[in-house]
Design a protein around this ligand. Structure first.
Ligand SMILES: Cc1cc2nc3c(=O)[nH]c(=O)nc-3n(C[C@H](O)[C@H](O)[C@H](O)COP(=O)(O)O)c2cc1C
Length: 207
């Protein structure tokens, strides 16, 4: 490993632990089962280019839309898809990610994950991380317009907003389901820009 490398691997009795250099932020990027999941590849690249350590956590449904291998390669970190991915560490991987996150960004966020979070469910790593982390949470929803405007979804979104979770989008346009309406994932550049803002603001709050 290069001497001046920003990332330093430190050997512990349990395993290699990645130490994040000062100033470098950890973004946990949650990807869920939307047709817009392919856009998480570009989002991952943008966040990495912005100088962040990106840890992707996918729901099982998300893996039907984009391969974990793609996101692993772009993020240069292992991708979590199950509670049982982490076998080496004594500490559950999802708690480790929840603690090290400076931001939990869920993009795209389905109606399903929004409902799970609103109800405090923890049936898979992404939902559990959302409960365990104290980092800011930003959700970029993507779904059919009728799903987004259903009272159940609206109620869930309001609940989450009241808990301090921020939403970006969705935007209006042609949807993959064939309808036109409010439900498209917000532009990934703007999502990455908002993520940057929240990471910086979080810094100032704890300084
Ligand atoms: C082709 C296809 C596209 C889908 N797109 C969306 C979507 O954009 N938004 C959404 O909320 N659900 C969408 N769904 C339904 C979700 O995949 C489904 O609700 C799933 O249970 C979500 O699980 P997850 O939130 O754990 O990833 C889609 C399903 C299919 C088969």
């Amino acid at each position: 490993m290069e001497k001046n490398s920003k990332r330093r691997l430190e050997k512990t009795s349990a395993r290699n632990v990645v130490r994040i250099a000062a100033g470098k932020k950890s973004v946990v990027l949650g990807v869920t089962g939307s047709i817009a999941a392919y856009k998480s590849a570009e989002l991952t690249s943008l966040l990495v280019k912005q100088g962040h350590e990106v840890f992707v956590v996918m729901t099982q449904d998300a893996t039907e839309f984009i391969s974990p291998l793609t996101l692993q390669t772009l993020s240069k970190n292992p991708v979590t898809t199950s509670f049982y991915d982490e076998k080496e560490n004594w500490r559950p991987g999802h708690i480790d990610l929840a603690d090290r996150a400076n931001l939990l960004l869920i993009a795209p966020g389905t109606a399903h994950i929004i409902a799970e979070l609103a109800h405090g469910l923890a049936g898979h790593p992404l939902a559990a991380i959302a409960l365990a982390t104290r980092a800011p949470i930003l959700i970029a929803p993507a779904m059919n317009g009728k799903m987004w405007q259903h009272p159940a979804t609206e109620e869930n979104v309001e609940k989450l907003k009241a808990r301090g979770i921020e939403f970006i989008g969705p935007e209006e346009g042609m949807l993959a389901c064939g309808y036109e309406g409010l439900g498209r994932l917000w532009k990934v550049d703007d999502i990455a820009f908002r993520a940057e803002f929240l990471l910086t603001r979080h810094d100032k709050l704890i300084a």
